[in-house]
Design a protein around this ligand. Sequence first.
Ligand code: ZN
Length: 493
Amino acid sequence: MVLASVRLPGATACCDVHIRDGHVSAITTAGERPGVAMAADAQVLDLEGRFVVPGLWDEHVHMTQWALAANRIDLSGAASARAAVELVRNGITAAGPGADRTLTVVGAGFRDAVWDDVPSAEMLDDATRGVPTALISHDLHCVWLNSAAARRYGVQLPADGLLREEAAFAVTRELGKLPDDVVDGWVRTAGQEAAARGVVGVVDLEMTWNRDVWLRRIASGFNSLRVEAGVYPEDLERAASAGMRTGQTVDGGAGLLRVGPLKVLIDGSLNTRTAFCVDPYPHGGHGILTVSEPELVALLARARETAFVPAVHAIGDGANKVALDAFAEVGIGGRIEHAQFVRQEDFARFGELGLTASVQPAHALDDRDAADANWPGRTDRAFPLRSLLDARARLALGSDAPVAPLDPWLAMSAATARARNDGRGPWHPEQALTREEALLASTRGRGRIRAGDVADIAVLDADPLGASDAVFAGMPVAATLVAGRFTFRGAGV
Ligand SMILES: [Zn+2]
Protein backbone atom coordinates (compact mmCIF):
# COMPACT_ATOMS: atom_id res chain seq x y z
CA MET A 1 0.00 0.00 0.00
CA VAL A 2 1.12 3.56 -0.66
CA LEU A 3 -0.09 6.51 1.38
CA ALA A 4 0.38 8.96 -1.48
CA SER A 5 0.71 12.75 -1.31
CA VAL A 6 1.18 13.07 2.42
CA ARG A 7 3.30 15.52 4.35
CA LEU A 8 5.51 15.13 7.37
CA PRO A 9 4.86 17.65 10.19
CA GLY A 10 6.01 21.14 9.24
CA ALA A 11 6.68 20.19 5.60
CA THR A 12 5.22 21.87 2.54
CA ALA A 13 6.35 19.25 -0.01
CA CYS A 14 4.43 16.00 -0.32
CA CYS A 15 5.86 12.52 -0.15
CA ASP A 16 4.63 8.95 -0.56
CA VAL A 17 4.81 6.51 2.33
CA HIS A 18 5.19 2.92 1.15
CA ILE A 19 3.95 0.15 3.43
CA ARG A 20 4.89 -3.50 3.09
CA ASP A 21 4.46 -6.36 5.56
CA GLY A 22 3.30 -4.01 8.28
CA HIS A 23 6.32 -1.73 8.02
CA VAL A 24 7.21 1.55 6.33
CA SER A 25 9.36 0.24 3.48
CA ALA A 26 10.23 3.60 1.92
CA ILE A 27 9.41 7.30 1.93
CA THR A 28 9.82 8.88 -1.49
CA THR A 29 9.12 12.23 -3.15
CA ALA A 30 5.45 12.28 -4.12
CA GLY A 31 4.80 10.65 -7.48
CA GLU A 32 8.35 9.37 -7.85
CA ARG A 33 9.20 5.81 -6.96
CA PRO A 34 12.88 5.42 -7.75
CA GLY A 35 14.10 2.00 -6.81
CA VAL A 36 10.91 1.09 -4.98
CA ALA A 37 9.51 -2.14 -6.29
CA MET A 38 5.74 -1.82 -6.15
CA ALA A 39 3.59 -4.89 -6.16
CA ALA A 40 1.26 -5.04 -9.15
CA ASP A 41 -1.74 -5.06 -6.83
CA ALA A 42 -0.42 -2.27 -4.57
CA GLN A 43 -3.17 -0.04 -3.33
CA VAL A 44 -2.38 3.67 -3.81
CA LEU A 45 -4.35 5.97 -1.58
CA ASP A 46 -4.23 9.66 -2.49
CA LEU A 47 -4.29 11.51 0.82
CA GLU A 48 -4.25 14.97 -0.78
CA GLY A 49 -1.56 16.62 1.27
CA ARG A 50 -2.71 15.37 4.68
CA PHE A 51 -0.11 15.01 7.44
CA VAL A 52 1.24 11.74 8.81
CA VAL A 53 2.72 11.13 12.25
CA PRO A 54 3.58 7.95 14.12
CA GLY A 55 0.52 6.47 15.82
CA LEU A 56 -0.09 7.87 19.29
CA TRP A 57 0.20 6.08 22.62
CA ASP A 58 -1.65 6.78 25.83
CA GLU A 59 0.87 5.59 28.41
CA HIS A 60 -1.50 5.33 31.39
CA VAL A 61 -5.13 4.27 31.17
CA HIS A 62 -7.64 2.21 33.15
CA MET A 63 -9.53 0.81 30.19
CA THR A 64 -12.40 -0.92 31.97
CA GLN A 65 -13.06 2.11 34.19
CA TRP A 66 -12.92 4.35 31.12
CA ALA A 67 -15.43 2.18 29.25
CA LEU A 68 -17.74 2.10 32.28
CA ALA A 69 -17.54 5.89 32.65
CA ALA A 70 -18.40 6.33 28.98
CA ASN A 71 -21.63 4.41 29.57
CA ARG A 72 -22.78 6.50 32.51
CA ILE A 73 -24.81 9.66 32.14
CA ASP A 74 -22.61 12.61 33.09
CA LEU A 75 -24.41 14.65 35.77
CA SER A 76 -21.46 16.85 36.74
CA GLY A 77 -23.06 19.87 35.05
CA ALA A 78 -26.48 19.52 36.73
CA ALA A 79 -27.19 22.66 38.77
CA SER A 80 -30.35 21.24 40.36
CA ALA A 81 -32.17 17.97 41.00
CA ARG A 82 -34.57 18.92 38.16
CA ALA A 83 -31.64 19.43 35.78
CA ALA A 84 -30.14 16.07 36.77
CA VAL A 85 -33.45 14.34 36.17
CA GLU A 86 -33.77 15.98 32.72
CA LEU A 87 -30.29 14.71 31.76
CA VAL A 88 -31.38 11.22 32.80
CA ARG A 89 -34.66 11.51 30.84
CA ASN A 90 -32.70 12.58 27.73
CA GLY A 91 -30.17 9.79 28.22
CA ILE A 92 -32.87 7.14 28.39
CA THR A 93 -34.63 8.60 25.34
CA ALA A 94 -31.36 8.68 23.40
CA ALA A 95 -30.63 5.01 24.21
CA GLY A 96 -33.92 4.16 22.53
CA PRO A 97 -36.53 1.46 23.18
CA GLY A 98 -34.09 -1.31 22.12
CA ALA A 99 -31.73 -0.67 25.06
CA ASP A 100 -30.89 -3.65 27.28
CA ARG A 101 -33.12 -3.17 30.33
CA THR A 102 -31.43 -5.94 32.27
CA LEU A 103 -28.79 -3.24 32.80
CA THR A 104 -29.47 -0.46 35.26
CA VAL A 105 -29.17 3.04 33.80
CA VAL A 106 -26.38 4.76 35.71
CA GLY A 107 -25.66 8.46 36.06
CA ALA A 108 -22.65 9.85 37.87
CA GLY A 109 -21.06 13.04 39.17
CA PHE A 110 -23.99 14.95 40.71
CA ARG A 111 -23.38 17.47 43.52
CA ASP A 112 -26.56 17.67 45.60
CA ALA A 113 -24.87 19.98 48.14
CA VAL A 114 -25.21 22.91 45.72
CA TRP A 115 -28.80 22.19 44.61
CA ASP A 116 -31.57 24.55 45.75
CA ASP A 117 -34.32 21.97 45.12
CA VAL A 118 -34.94 18.68 46.85
CA PRO A 119 -34.52 15.33 45.10
CA SER A 120 -37.16 12.63 45.53
CA ALA A 121 -37.79 9.10 44.37
CA GLU A 122 -41.01 10.28 42.65
CA MET A 123 -39.14 12.93 40.65
CA LEU A 124 -36.77 10.28 39.34
CA ASP A 125 -39.58 7.76 38.81
CA ASP A 126 -41.45 10.28 36.69
CA ALA A 127 -38.45 10.80 34.39
CA THR A 128 -37.47 7.15 34.09
CA ARG A 129 -40.86 5.39 33.64
CA GLY A 130 -39.94 2.11 35.30
CA VAL A 131 -36.41 1.84 33.88
CA PRO A 132 -34.14 0.90 36.82
CA THR A 133 -31.95 3.94 37.39
CA ALA A 134 -29.18 4.74 39.89
CA LEU A 135 -27.35 8.06 40.14
CA ILE A 136 -24.01 8.24 41.95
CA SER A 137 -22.76 11.48 43.52
CA HIS A 138 -19.36 12.91 42.53
CA ASP A 139 -17.75 11.83 45.82
CA LEU A 140 -19.43 8.38 45.66
CA HIS A 141 -20.95 8.81 49.14
CA CYS A 142 -24.53 9.12 47.93
CA VAL A 143 -26.72 7.18 45.48
CA TRP A 144 -30.12 8.38 44.24
CA LEU A 145 -32.36 5.48 43.19
CA ASN A 146 -35.71 5.21 41.51
CA SER A 147 -38.28 2.65 42.72
CA ALA A 148 -37.46 0.13 39.99
CA ALA A 149 -33.77 0.13 40.96
CA ALA A 150 -34.68 -0.12 44.65
CA ARG A 151 -36.66 -3.27 43.85
CA ARG A 152 -33.82 -4.66 41.74
CA TYR A 153 -31.27 -4.17 44.54
CA GLY A 154 -33.67 -5.03 47.37
CA VAL A 155 -33.26 -1.79 49.29
CA GLN A 156 -35.77 0.24 51.28
CA LEU A 157 -35.85 3.80 49.93
CA PRO A 158 -36.08 6.87 52.16
CA ALA A 159 -38.54 9.52 50.91
CA ASP A 160 -35.87 11.51 49.08
CA GLY A 161 -34.63 8.39 47.30
CA LEU A 162 -31.07 9.04 48.48
CA LEU A 163 -28.91 6.33 50.02
CA ARG A 164 -25.84 7.47 51.88
CA GLU A 165 -22.52 6.00 53.04
CA GLU A 166 -22.49 2.18 53.41
CA ALA A 167 -25.91 1.77 51.77
CA ALA A 168 -24.65 3.84 48.83
CA PHE A 169 -21.36 1.94 48.58
CA ALA A 170 -23.23 -1.39 48.58
CA VAL A 171 -25.40 -0.38 45.62
CA THR A 172 -22.37 1.07 43.79
CA ARG A 173 -20.57 -2.26 44.18
CA GLU A 174 -23.58 -4.04 42.68
CA LEU A 175 -23.63 -1.57 39.77
CA GLY A 176 -20.04 -2.54 38.98
CA LYS A 177 -20.97 -6.22 38.56
CA LEU A 178 -21.69 -6.39 34.86
CA PRO A 179 -21.48 -9.38 32.53
CA ASP A 180 -18.07 -9.70 30.84
CA ASP A 181 -19.59 -9.54 27.36
CA VAL A 182 -21.27 -6.22 28.17
CA VAL A 183 -18.08 -4.61 29.49
CA ASP A 184 -16.03 -6.12 26.66
CA GLY A 185 -18.44 -4.58 24.15
CA TRP A 186 -18.04 -1.19 25.78
CA VAL A 187 -14.24 -1.58 25.78
CA ARG A 188 -14.35 -2.48 22.10
CA THR A 189 -16.23 0.75 21.41
CA ALA A 190 -13.81 2.76 23.58
CA GLY A 191 -10.93 1.25 21.60
CA GLN A 192 -12.51 2.28 18.31
CA GLU A 193 -13.04 5.80 19.63
CA ALA A 194 -9.39 5.98 20.68
CA ALA A 195 -8.31 4.79 17.22
CA ALA A 196 -10.43 7.59 15.76
CA ARG A 197 -8.19 10.02 17.70
CA GLY A 198 -5.02 8.54 16.18
CA VAL A 199 -4.22 6.21 19.08
CA VAL A 200 -2.47 2.94 18.26
CA GLY A 201 -1.59 1.74 21.77
CA VAL A 202 -2.31 2.02 25.47
CA VAL A 203 -0.62 0.98 28.67
CA ASP A 204 -3.52 -0.44 30.64
CA LEU A 205 -3.05 -0.29 34.40
CA GLU A 206 -6.45 -1.66 35.38
CA MET A 207 -6.15 -3.18 38.87
CA THR A 208 -6.78 -6.82 38.08
CA TRP A 209 -5.15 -9.93 36.60
CA ASN A 210 -5.35 -8.21 33.27
CA ARG A 211 -3.69 -10.56 30.81
CA ASP A 212 -6.58 -13.02 30.64
CA VAL A 213 -9.12 -10.21 30.38
CA TRP A 214 -7.36 -8.89 27.28
CA LEU A 215 -6.90 -12.35 25.75
CA ARG A 216 -10.66 -12.81 26.09
CA ARG A 217 -11.35 -9.41 24.52
CA ILE A 218 -8.99 -10.00 21.61
CA ALA A 219 -10.46 -13.46 21.04
CA SER A 220 -13.89 -11.85 20.83
CA GLY A 221 -12.87 -9.25 18.29
CA PHE A 222 -11.06 -6.35 19.96
CA ASN A 223 -8.46 -5.27 17.38
CA SER A 224 -8.22 -1.48 17.38
CA LEU A 225 -5.24 -0.92 19.70
CA ARG A 226 -2.01 -2.42 20.94
CA VAL A 227 -2.27 -3.08 24.67
CA GLU A 228 0.46 -3.38 27.25
CA ALA A 229 -1.27 -4.83 30.30
CA GLY A 230 0.31 -3.99 33.65
CA VAL A 231 0.74 -6.32 36.62
CA TYR A 232 0.26 -5.37 40.30
CA PRO A 233 2.56 -6.53 43.14
CA GLU A 234 0.02 -9.04 44.50
CA ASP A 235 0.23 -10.83 41.14
CA LEU A 236 3.99 -10.53 40.54
CA GLU A 237 4.85 -14.08 41.64
CA ARG A 238 1.97 -15.52 39.63
CA ALA A 239 3.19 -13.59 36.58
CA ALA A 240 6.80 -14.64 37.13
CA SER A 241 5.90 -18.30 37.46
CA ALA A 242 3.89 -18.02 34.25
CA GLY A 243 7.13 -16.88 32.59
CA MET A 244 5.86 -13.36 31.99
CA ARG A 245 8.13 -10.32 31.80
CA THR A 246 7.61 -6.71 30.72
CA GLY A 247 7.57 -6.26 26.96
CA GLN A 248 6.89 -9.90 26.18
CA THR A 249 4.39 -10.57 23.39
CA VAL A 250 1.51 -12.61 24.80
CA ASP A 251 0.62 -15.76 22.86
CA GLY A 252 -2.94 -15.60 21.57
CA GLY A 253 -2.91 -11.81 21.60
CA ALA A 254 -2.99 -11.44 17.79
CA GLY A 255 0.28 -9.50 17.97
CA LEU A 256 -1.50 -6.71 19.85
CA LEU A 257 -0.96 -7.75 23.47
CA ARG A 258 2.24 -7.40 25.46
CA VAL A 259 3.02 -7.69 29.14
CA GLY A 260 3.15 -4.21 30.67
CA PRO A 261 5.07 -2.85 33.65
CA LEU A 262 4.82 -3.74 37.34
CA LYS A 263 2.58 -0.99 38.76
CA VAL A 264 3.36 -0.03 42.35
CA LEU A 265 1.39 2.66 44.18
CA ILE A 266 3.31 4.37 46.97
CA ASP A 267 1.20 7.44 47.75
CA GLY A 268 -2.28 8.91 47.28
CA SER A 269 -3.49 11.89 45.25
CA LEU A 270 -3.47 15.68 45.34
CA ASN A 271 -7.23 16.20 45.52
CA THR A 272 -7.63 13.91 48.51
CA ARG A 273 -4.47 15.46 50.06
CA THR A 274 -2.97 12.01 50.37
CA ALA A 275 -0.06 12.64 47.99
CA PHE A 276 3.04 12.25 50.18
CA CYS A 277 4.83 15.62 50.46
CA VAL A 278 8.00 16.91 52.10
CA ASP A 279 6.29 20.05 53.43
CA PRO A 280 3.02 19.82 55.34
CA TYR A 281 -0.30 20.65 53.66
CA PRO A 282 -1.87 23.95 54.80
CA HIS A 283 -4.51 21.92 56.70
CA GLY A 284 -1.76 19.76 58.23
CA GLY A 285 -0.23 16.38 57.54
CA HIS A 286 2.17 15.25 54.84
CA GLY A 287 -0.14 12.84 53.04
CA ILE A 288 0.40 9.09 53.05
CA LEU A 289 3.29 6.88 52.04
CA THR A 290 1.48 3.58 51.45
CA VAL A 291 4.63 1.49 50.89
CA SER A 292 7.68 1.97 53.09
CA GLU A 293 11.06 2.58 51.48
CA PRO A 294 12.47 -0.85 52.49
CA GLU A 295 9.35 -2.52 51.08
CA LEU A 296 9.72 -0.60 47.84
CA VAL A 297 13.40 -1.53 47.56
CA ALA A 298 12.52 -5.21 48.05
CA LEU A 299 9.79 -4.98 45.43
CA LEU A 300 12.04 -3.28 42.86
CA ALA A 301 14.75 -5.87 43.52
CA ARG A 302 12.22 -8.63 42.85
CA ALA A 303 11.13 -6.77 39.70
CA ARG A 304 14.71 -6.81 38.49
CA GLU A 305 15.01 -10.56 39.16
CA THR A 306 11.81 -11.26 37.26
CA ALA A 307 12.54 -8.83 34.37
CA PHE A 308 9.60 -6.58 35.15
CA VAL A 309 9.96 -2.85 34.56
CA PRO A 310 8.60 -1.01 37.61
CA ALA A 311 6.09 1.78 37.13
CA VAL A 312 5.93 3.53 40.50
CA HIS A 313 2.96 5.79 41.18
CA ALA A 314 4.42 8.83 42.97
CA ILE A 315 2.56 12.15 43.09
CA GLY A 316 3.94 14.16 46.03
CA ASP A 317 7.54 15.38 46.17
CA GLY A 318 8.17 13.13 49.20
CA ALA A 319 6.94 10.09 47.28
CA ASN A 320 9.04 11.01 44.26
CA LYS A 321 12.11 11.28 46.49
CA VAL A 322 11.40 7.82 47.96
CA ALA A 323 10.89 6.35 44.49
CA LEU A 324 14.13 7.88 43.16
CA ASP A 325 16.05 6.63 46.22
CA ALA A 326 14.70 3.11 45.66
CA PHE A 327 15.48 3.09 41.93
CA ALA A 328 19.03 4.26 42.74
CA GLU A 329 19.55 1.69 45.48
CA VAL A 330 18.35 -1.25 43.38
CA GLY A 331 20.08 -0.02 40.24
CA ILE A 332 17.11 -0.58 37.97
CA GLY A 333 15.50 1.69 35.38
CA GLY A 334 11.78 2.16 34.98
CA ARG A 335 8.98 4.65 35.15
CA ILE A 336 7.55 7.02 37.69
CA GLU A 337 3.84 7.45 37.10
CA HIS A 338 2.49 11.02 37.54
CA ALA A 339 5.63 12.75 38.98
CA GLN A 340 3.33 15.67 39.73
CA PHE A 341 5.48 17.38 42.34
CA VAL A 342 9.25 17.07 42.51
CA ARG A 343 11.93 18.63 44.73
CA GLN A 344 14.27 20.92 42.82
CA GLU A 345 17.28 18.77 43.76
CA ASP A 346 15.60 15.58 42.49
CA PHE A 347 15.07 16.53 38.85
CA ALA A 348 18.61 15.62 37.78
CA ARG A 349 18.19 12.13 39.21
CA PHE A 350 15.45 11.32 36.68
CA GLY A 351 18.03 11.70 33.91
CA GLU A 352 20.89 10.08 35.79
CA LEU A 353 18.81 7.00 36.55
CA GLY A 354 17.47 6.81 32.98
CA LEU A 355 13.88 7.01 34.19
CA THR A 356 10.74 7.67 32.23
CA ALA A 357 8.34 10.20 33.71
CA SER A 358 4.86 9.00 32.75
CA VAL A 359 2.86 12.22 33.04
CA GLN A 360 -0.72 13.34 32.43
CA PRO A 361 -0.62 16.98 31.31
CA ALA A 362 -4.39 17.50 31.40
CA HIS A 363 -4.27 17.05 35.18
CA ALA A 364 -2.12 20.18 35.46
CA LEU A 365 -5.10 22.22 34.26
CA ASP A 366 -7.76 20.17 36.08
CA ASP A 367 -5.81 20.53 39.33
CA ARG A 368 -4.24 23.99 39.08
CA ASP A 369 -6.46 25.38 41.85
CA ALA A 370 -5.90 22.35 44.07
CA ALA A 371 -2.15 22.64 43.50
CA ASP A 372 -2.08 26.38 44.23
CA ALA A 373 -4.08 25.77 47.43
CA ASN A 374 -2.15 22.75 48.70
CA TRP A 375 1.36 23.46 47.45
CA PRO A 376 1.33 27.26 47.92
CA GLY A 377 4.41 29.09 46.64
CA ARG A 378 5.82 25.81 45.31
CA THR A 379 3.85 25.18 42.12
CA ASP A 380 6.82 26.24 40.01
CA ARG A 381 7.79 22.57 40.41
CA ALA A 382 4.28 21.11 40.04
CA PHE A 383 3.47 19.20 36.82
CA PRO A 384 7.06 20.12 35.84
CA LEU A 385 7.26 18.85 32.27
CA ARG A 386 9.97 21.24 31.14
CA SER A 387 12.14 20.65 34.21
CA LEU A 388 11.86 16.87 33.73
CA LEU A 389 12.80 17.10 30.07
CA ASP A 390 15.70 19.46 30.81
CA ALA A 391 16.92 16.87 33.33
CA ARG A 392 16.95 14.32 30.46
CA ALA A 393 14.07 12.30 31.81
CA ARG A 394 12.21 10.47 29.08
CA LEU A 395 8.66 11.82 28.97
CA ALA A 396 5.66 9.63 28.19
CA LEU A 397 2.27 11.36 27.99
CA GLY A 398 -1.00 9.82 29.04
CA SER A 399 -4.48 10.54 30.36
CA ASP A 400 -5.03 8.25 33.36
CA ALA A 401 -8.49 7.76 31.78
CA PRO A 402 -11.13 7.95 33.21
CA VAL A 403 -9.51 10.76 35.24
CA ALA A 404 -9.06 12.66 31.95
CA PRO A 405 -10.46 11.64 28.55
CA LEU A 406 -8.47 9.10 26.51
CA ASP A 407 -7.44 11.64 23.87
CA PRO A 408 -3.72 12.40 23.38
CA TRP A 409 -4.53 15.69 21.63
CA LEU A 410 -6.01 16.99 24.88
CA ALA A 411 -2.88 15.85 26.71
CA MET A 412 -0.52 17.37 24.13
CA SER A 413 -2.55 20.57 24.06
CA ALA A 414 -2.35 20.89 27.85
CA ALA A 415 1.38 20.13 27.74
CA THR A 416 2.14 22.76 25.10
CA ALA A 417 -0.32 25.56 25.95
CA ARG A 418 -0.61 24.95 29.74
CA ALA A 419 -4.00 26.61 29.26
CA ARG A 420 -7.55 25.86 28.22
CA ASN A 421 -9.93 27.99 26.27
CA ASP A 422 -11.51 29.24 29.54
CA GLY A 423 -10.10 32.75 29.69
CA ARG A 424 -7.81 31.96 32.61
CA GLY A 425 -4.52 32.18 30.73
CA PRO A 426 -1.65 29.73 30.99
CA TRP A 427 -0.53 28.20 34.28
CA HIS A 428 3.25 28.12 34.73
CA PRO A 429 3.88 28.42 30.98
CA GLU A 430 7.62 28.08 31.67
CA GLN A 431 6.92 24.34 32.14
CA ALA A 432 5.35 23.97 28.68
CA LEU A 433 6.64 21.61 25.99
CA THR A 434 7.02 22.45 22.31
CA ARG A 435 4.68 20.68 19.87
CA GLU A 436 7.61 18.57 18.67
CA GLU A 437 8.46 17.51 22.22
CA ALA A 438 4.83 16.65 22.94
CA LEU A 439 4.65 14.50 19.80
CA LEU A 440 7.87 12.70 20.74
CA ALA A 441 6.45 12.01 24.20
CA SER A 442 3.20 10.65 22.70
CA THR A 443 4.86 8.40 20.10
CA ARG A 444 7.45 6.59 22.23
CA GLY A 445 10.20 8.88 21.05
CA ARG A 446 9.53 8.42 17.34
CA GLY A 447 8.23 11.93 16.58
CA ARG A 448 8.12 11.35 12.85
CA ILE A 449 7.77 8.47 10.45
CA ARG A 450 10.89 6.86 9.08
CA ALA A 451 11.59 4.01 6.67
CA GLY A 452 11.95 0.76 8.60
CA ASP A 453 9.44 1.72 11.30
CA VAL A 454 6.44 -0.40 12.08
CA ALA A 455 3.53 1.11 10.10
CA ASP A 456 1.65 2.48 13.12
CA ILE A 457 0.50 5.76 11.61
CA ALA A 458 -2.01 8.54 12.23
CA VAL A 459 -3.17 10.58 9.21
CA LEU A 460 -4.17 14.13 10.17
CA ASP A 461 -6.16 16.85 8.41
CA ALA A 462 -3.94 19.61 9.85
CA ASP A 463 -0.24 20.17 10.46
CA PRO A 464 0.44 19.34 14.14
CA LEU A 465 3.31 21.82 14.15
CA GLY A 466 1.51 24.65 12.37
CA ALA A 467 -2.12 24.35 13.54
CA SER A 468 -3.67 26.88 15.92
CA ASP A 469 -3.97 25.87 19.58
CA ALA A 470 -7.70 25.23 19.12
CA VAL A 471 -7.24 23.02 16.05
CA PHE A 472 -4.35 21.19 17.71
CA ALA A 473 -6.43 20.43 20.83
CA GLY A 474 -9.22 18.93 18.71
CA MET A 475 -6.99 17.63 15.92
CA PRO A 476 -9.09 16.23 13.04
CA VAL A 477 -7.84 12.68 12.45
CA ALA A 478 -8.49 11.20 8.98
CA ALA A 479 -7.23 7.65 9.51
CA THR A 480 -5.20 5.42 11.80
CA LEU A 481 -3.21 2.30 10.96
CA VAL A 482 -1.70 -0.38 13.16
CA ALA A 483 1.01 -2.40 11.40
CA GLY A 484 -0.36 -1.12 8.08
CA ARG A 485 -3.95 -2.16 8.84
CA PHE A 486 -6.66 0.52 9.11
CA THR A 487 -8.07 0.68 12.63
CA PHE A 488 -9.92 3.87 11.75
CA ARG A 489 -10.79 5.22 8.36
CA GLY A 490 -12.67 8.53 8.27
CA ALA A 491 -15.27 9.38 5.65
CA GLY A 492 -12.88 11.35 3.44
CA VAL A 493 -10.22 8.63 3.11
ZN1 ZN B 1 -3.91 5.53 37.04
